[in-house]
Design a protein. Structure first.
Length: 83
């Protein structure tokens, strides 16, 4: 089951595991379709993407040692306007 972006944005700050903090450069790479290497204590699954100093962005998917963005650029623009 895939959690909704809105649910993650509201409750994601309570997560203790599965959070990947990215900077603006890493976020831009994720949104352009690149994978972000990460060392997480999980095999695969959804992770919360958090922008350093800005809060929860939405979801990524962790598989084979890399995170893939699950955030659409349209969705991100809408949420960034809320900050």
């Amino acid at each position: 089951m895939k959690p909704t972006t809105r649910m993650i944005q509201v409750f994601g700050h309570r997560a203790a595991k599965g959070v990947v903090e990215v900077d603006e450069e890493q976020l831009a790479a994720l949104l352009s379709g690149e994978r972000l290497s990460a060392d997480l204590p999980v095999d695969k699954g959804y992770v919360i993407l958090k922008l350093k100093g800005n809060g929860i962005l939405g979801l990524g998917f962790f598989i084979n040692g890399a995170v893939i963005s699950q955030i659409s650029s349209r969705e991100l623009k809408k949420e960034m306007l809320a900050y």
